[in-house]
Design a protein. Sequence first.
Length: 665
Amino acid sequence: MPAISDTVVERVRVLRQQIDRHNQLYYVLNQTAISDAEYDRLWVELQDLERDFPSLATPASPTQRVGATPHTALGSVSHTVPMLSLDKARTELELRAFDQQVRDLLGVSDVAYAAEPKWDGLAVSLRYEGGELVRAATRGDGYTGEDITQNVRTIPTVPLRLRRGAWPTVLEVLGEVYMPRAGFEVLNRSGEKTFVNLRNAAAGSLRQLDPGVTARRPLRVVCHGIGSAGEGAYSTLMHQMAQWGLPVSSELAVVSGVEGCLAYYQALQERRTELGYDVDGVVFKVNDVLLQTRLGCTRTAPRWARAYKFPAEEVWSVVEHMEVQVGRTGALTPVARLRPVFVWGVTVSHATLHNEDEVRRKDVRIGDTVVVRRAGDVIPEIVSVIQARRGTDAAPFVFPTRCPVCGAEVVRPAGEAVARCSGGLICPAQRVAALCHFASRRALDIQGLGEKLAEQLVEKGLVQTVADLYDLTLTQWAGLERMGNQSARNLMEALARSKTTTLDRFLYALGIREVGEATASALARSFGDLMAIREASVETLQQVPDVGPVVAEAVASFFREEHHCTVLERLQKAGVTWPTPRKAEAAPLAGKIFVITGTLSSMTREEAKTRLQTLGAKVVGSVSATIDALIVGENPGSKLEKARALGRSILTEEDLPGLFGIETG
Ligand code: IVH
C-alpha cells in the first residue's frame, strides 16, 4: 500500500468538507453553488483517493452515504427498506463493465434489461395501505426522510386510492417528483419565485411547510420502483402499477444485452429535448426481479442497476460582456458574451437573452456566473444567474434607447416583447441581416454569400437592397477584400443559379416579418402567384391555413410599402423567376411529404427539395409517421433507422428521376 502523506490526508479532509457543504446546500436548502460537473469532479477525486488509500475510508465519508440529513421542520420518517442511490457508469466502457459483472455474478451469457429515463427530480417513497395513500417521504439520507404526505397529496397524478385490482395490502413504491418544462417556464415568468433549474423548482415546491404552496406548483410524479418486489419481470410490475393508477414511464423498454442498452441510450438522447421534462440520463435495471434479488445491493446502491448519464445539457460560464444585436426586421436581441466553454462539441462563447424583459427578469449582469443551456439545435440561452457567486460590483445591464448600429430610436410598442430599431433599411445592421437571409440556404441559396461579404457590400455602399446584388459586375465583386477573380466568378454563377427558384423560397427570402418557411409555402400554394398575394386584403390572407391576423397584417403591410414593391419588380426584371405552382390537383406530387437525408451526388439536398416542391410535394426536416418517404444519400445517419422503424418507404438517389418525371435509359 502506498505511504500516506500529510497532503493526501489534508486533501481528503478538504474534499469531504466541500462535498458535505454542497450536499447540505443542495438537499436541505435547495440551493446550488457549483455546477454538476464540478461536484462530480470533487466526488470522483475523493472516491479515487479512498480507493488508493483504503485506510482513509470511513463510514462517515460522504461517499458512504446516499444523501443528506433531512430538514427538521417537516416531520421525519424512517424508511422500512432503505432508499438507496444508484451507481453511475461514466463511459460506455464502464457500462460494458457493469454488464460483464452482472453476467459473471449470475453465470449467464445474456441479460434482459429494463431501460428508462433517469428523471432529474426528487426521489420519494409512497406507501399505500389497503389501497390508500397513507404516507409519502423524501429520501433524506436513505434511512430517514422527511414526511411530505400532505404535500404529495396535492399532486394531481398521484392516486390517493389505488384503482381496483389485486394490490398487496401494504405497497411501497419509489418514484421521482419532477416539474415539466412548460410548467417551470410559466412559474418562473409568474414572478412568484425564480428557480435555477427544474430540479430546484421541484425540490423547492415539494418541501414546503404549507401544502397550499405545493398545490399551486406544476408537479408530476413517475414511479420507478417497488419496495418488496417479489418475483416476475420489472416491466410487468410497472405495467401492473399503471393498472392500479400509479403513473409510470411511457418510455420504459426491455432491451437485450449491453448493445440494446447503448441503442436505447442513443435514441433517448436524440429525443431528449422533445420530452418536455428534464432527463439526465438512462437507468438500466436487470429486468428479472429474482435475478435482482440474487445480485443484491452494496451499502449504497443496488448491483442490478446502473445510471448512465447524458453529457451535460447545462453548463456554467461567466458573462464577460453584454451587447445588443440588430436582426433583419430590426429586432434588438440582447446577447451575452461568455467566457468560452467547450461543450456539445463546439466552443460556446455567447448566449441569447431573447429580449429586454428576459434580461430584467433573470437580472443578468456583467461578471455574473450563469447557467447556459442548449435545447436542441437552437442558440444557447441563459437560464439563470447563480446569485451566490455574484460580486458586489455587478451593475445591471441598461437596454439601449438608440440602435447601437445606426443610432435610430428604439421603439417598443405597448404590449410587445420585442424592441426594434426604427431605422429600417437605412440601418446597416438590418441591411446586412436582410442580405444574409436572402442568400441563405433555405431562401435563394446563393452559395458563397455570407455575413462577412454582406458586411462589405453594405459598408462600401454597393448594395442598398437585395435587388442590387444582381447588378454588380465581375470587377466590383473581384474588388472586394478576400475575393479573387475565381471566387468572384463563382459568386456570379451562384447568383445566376439563384434566379431560378420557387415562389415558396422567394417569399421566404423577402424576410417579411412573421413569414417563415411554412407560411411562405402555404401562401404560395393558396394564391399560386405573387401578384395575387400582393393584392390580397388582410381578410383574404386570413383564409390561408395557419395564417392568423398578426401574420396577415405583416404580409399586407409589407406589400403596402412602395419601396418593397420596387425591389420585387427589379428582382423580376433581373431574371428571378419561378414556375407557377400548379393547382393542387394538377401537381403530380401534391399531398406527398418527403424527408431528404445524407449526401446526394448529383445535386445538393436543397436542389432536390426545390424540384420536389415545384411538383407540389412538401419537404420537411424530421421523420415522423406522417411522411410518405425518406430519400437517402450517402451517410444517412439516424433518420434512416427511424424511417425504417416507422415503416416508411425508403428511396435512393436512383429513384429521383422517376419522382421528377424524367425518363431515363
Ligand atoms: S431506480 C434503489 N430509476 O436517481 C434505487 N432511480 O441517482 C432505485 N432516479 O435515488 C432507483 N430516475 O431518485 C431509478 N428511472 C429511475 C430513476 C431513478 C431517477 C433517481 C432516484 C435515485 C437517484 C440516484
